[in-house]
Design a protein around this ligand. Structure first.
Ligand SMILES: Nc1nc2c(c(=O)[nH]1)N[C@H]1C(S)=C(S)[C@@H](COP(=O)(O)O)O[C@H]1N2
Ligand SMILES: [Mo]
Length: 180
């Protein structure tokens, strides 16, 4: 029989070891998790270099499925609006991570055939861009840059208040293609 203090020490060691193991396994387990099919209207289609799909060639999201990836709210002014705005959406990075994206560039396309390239490194920065679906608590309508709008935290960094970043701030977003 080990002495009680030895048992305690062993238990004290076992807990952090278990936590470490869980941390090490969690990201891989999450990325491999199958993506359920959307039940409602598809608002976003992701294609290209992704390893998780719920349709033959793509990952398609309705709003609820997109929200299930985890939502955040950012406050910022924009060149298109007046006064500080509150945008709610899903971090671009959360979508890339959930789908096991492996490229370096994202080609984002809008309803009106506008498209723009977003480096994956933008998504990795903190705070990074979000795929916004609501502004000041109300869902974005197609008339008002919806249903999805890539919004950067412009107020957080002067480098984000640039024409390059504005051009990446695509509204009426419908698809993302992950490329090399
Ligand atoms: N859907 C969509 N998003 C878009 C654009 C567009 O034409 N369509 N123009 C982009 C460019 S190039 C810039 S600089 C800004 C321009 O916004 P503005 O036309 O309101 O000045 O939005 C970006 N997002
Ligand atoms: Mo632009």
């Amino acid at each position: 029989m080990p002495r009680p203090d030895a048992l305690l020490a062993r238990r004290a060691l076992a807990l952090p070891l278990f936590a470490l193991l869980a941390l090490a396994l969690a990201p891989a387990a999450r990325a491999a998790e199958p993506l359920p099919p959307p039940r409602g209207a598809v608002v976003l289609t992701v294609s290209g270099k992704i390893s998780v799909r719920n349709a033959p060639e793509t990952a398609v999201f309705d709003l609820a499925l997109l929200q299930s990836l985890g939502t955040v709210t950012i406050r910022t002014t924009t060149i298109w609006t007046t006064g500080e705005q509150q945008f709610t959406g899903v971090p671009l990075m959360a979508v890339l991570q959930r789908l096991g994206a492996s490229g370096h560039t994202i080609e984002a396309a809008a309803l009106n055939d506008y498209f723009t390239e977003i480096p994956v490194s933008d998504a990795e920065s903190d705070p990074g861009p979000i795929i916004a679906y609501a502004q000041n608590g109300e869902l974005l309508s197609v008339r008002d840059k919806g249903p999805l709008w890539i919004v950067y935290p412009y107020d957080a960094d002067a480098a984000l208040r640039s024409e390059v970043i504005y051009a990446r701030s695509i509204w009426q977003l419908v698809s993302l293609q992950v490329k090399d």
